[in-house]
Design a protein around this ligand. Structure first.
Ligand code: ADP
Ligand code: MG
Length: 471
């Protein structure tokens, strides 16, 4: 036997069905422990081994939705686990066993009772079209910026088509929770249905898919069926309506469907990135129609909300991440909750894959690219703001003559950081702190430099603040 033939035979052994099954047994036991019962059951439990082709192993998931989810959330973890278990495997391909999702995802979805977020565990993790089981009210962290939109969504879920809330128009920037709230409504509807045996039929789709389907229906001369199907639902949700802009025919269709549904007492929920009045390219009559129910906006997140969201996600993940790392993320990643989640997931993956503890030193290295995108030049104003926020004092105290320790120490820290992180001179810095003398600044710098060698808490605070400010 040649060396290659021997190698091929060995590889074949390494990838026969029994070997793979045994190895999958070990891997899945590990994943089970790492992810926890609920996550494992929801996502990986139904994985089936396909087989090996060369160095590529195929795993089957029952639906495209599950496949996409597992690929996005656990793809690298699965590949790493298989590589570690079986050196003959270099790649892991995830495939769906079902038919193309266009049929499944687009059909109006009757959410089965009981509606099925994976938690609490007694509810079966049913997959209904494109609804994401994580997007529930229970998983939505409520804070000032989103409490109004949240309250409206809850109201609609509890009482579809109620006076004043139809249509519900949710708008806000990218990644602020519009889709999450819409799915949450869909998940919650069966629970509030007066007749449990007949839960409301929900159709949820993005405006793009709506358009795509509508055009498809026109082409295949099944437009009437499509309309009937749509008009047969109790709740119609169209996500990202801004994509309907300029598509006159589809807008027209949407407008008629919309009217027909509202007139027959059905609920409409729409999301968009702008308010109806600010959306360009939307016909006036549709605009008017959209504004006549409840218009609720999701505001940009605040530091407090970002921190609460991170804390909630950390709890769910079961991975230990120091509070200071969460604070760092909440300070640095301010644009969208999606990015914030992405950063946290990256840290969690790193910890899971390599068993590395996530420290304040490690986090910025792991998240280098993400954080760099958020980098700016540090200003003294910013330093004062962050330090005041951190020590919970008013910004004005930075400039005030008060000498009480509770404000004097944070002020000194801010001066120290201003010296360290900006190129301003001592007199310039003094000027920014209520017109103080440069010797005062010098004293503060020396004092803080001194103190951080003795006072661990202060050293950590300063370190954290510096990282937050400069990334
Ligand atoms: P949008 O549709 O507004 O672009 P999404 O609803 O897709 O945003 O939200 C982006 C991600 O952030 C999702 O994973 C979602 O679960 C999460 N998210 C947004 N807001 C919250 C919140 N208040 N609490 C928990 N998760 C949130
Ligand atoms: Mg969305």
């Amino acid at each position: 036997m040649t060396a290659e033939a021997r190698q091929a035979a060995a590889d074949a052994d390494a990838t026969d069905a029994t070997t793979l099954a045994t190895q999958w047994g070990r891997i899945s036991a590990r994943l089970h422990t790492e992810l926890g019962e609920a996550d494992y059951r929801s996502w990986l439990h139904q994985t089936r081994i396909g087989g090996c082709d060369g160095d590529e192993l195929t795993l089957f998931l029952p639906t495209r939705f599950l496949r996409d989810w597992v690929r996005g959330q656990h793809g690298p973890r699965l590949t790493a686990a298989w590589r570690a278990e079986n050196p003959a495997i270099r790649h892991v391909a995830l495939r769906a066993e079902t038919m193309p999702a266009t049929a499944a995802a687009l059909a109006p979805v009757a959410v089965p009772p009981p509606a099925a977020p994976p938690e609490p565990a007694t509810r079966a993790p049913e997959l209904t079209g494109a609804l994401d089981p994580r997007f529930t009210f229970a998983n939505f962290v409520v804070g000032k910026p989103n409490e109004f939109a949240y309250a409206c969504a809850r109201r609609v879920a509890a009482q579809p088509a109620c006076q004043g809330f139809n249509p519900l128009f949710l708008y806000g920037g990218v990644g602020l929770g519009k889709t999450h709230l819409m799915h949450a409504i869909a998940w919650d509807l069966p629970a509030s249905a007066p007749d449990a045996a007949r839960p409301p039929a929900v159709a949820y789709m993005s405006a793009e898919i709506f358009m795509h389907r509508f055009i498809g229906a026109l082409r295949s001369q099944s437009a009437i069926e499509f309309k009937d199907q749509l008009r047969g639902v109790d709740v119609l949700m169209i996500d990202d309506l801004q994509f309907l802009v300029g598509k006159d025919g589809t807008q027209e269709e949407f407008f008629h469907t919309f009217n027909a549904l509202v007139e027959s007492g059905k609920q409409i929920v729409v999301s968009a990135d702008k308010s109806p009045s600010d959306m360009p390219g939307i016909e006036q009559r549709l605009r008017t129609r959209l504004s006549c129910g409840m218009v609720a906006d999701l505001h940009a997140t605040t530091y407090e909300l970002r921190l609460s969201i991170l804390e909630a996600k950390k709890q769910q993940s079961g991975v230990d991440i120091p509070d200071k790392v969460l604070a760092l993320l909440a300070h640095k990643i301010t644009t969208s909750v999606r990015e914030l989640e992405g950063a946290l997931n990256r840290l969690i993956a790193e910890a899971g894959l390599f068993g590395r503890p996530i420290t304040l030193e490690a986090a910025p290295v792991i998240l280098q690219d993400l954080l760099r995108a958020h980098d700016r030049r540090v200003t003294i104003d910013e330093i004062q703001r962050k330090v005041a926020e951190h020590y919970n004092i008013r910004l004005g105290e930075m400039l005030s003559p008060r000498r009480a320790r509770s404000v004097a120490r944070p002020r000194q820290v801010a001066m120290y950081l201003a010296k360290q992180l900006t190129s301003r001179s001592l007199p310039e810095i003094g000027g920014k702190f209520g017109g103080r003398d440069h010797t005062t600044v010098l004293h503060a710098v020396k004092q803080v430099r001194d103190l951080i060698t003795k006072d661990v808490t202060l050293a950590e605070d300063v370190d954290l603040l510096r990282r937050m400010l400069e990334g």
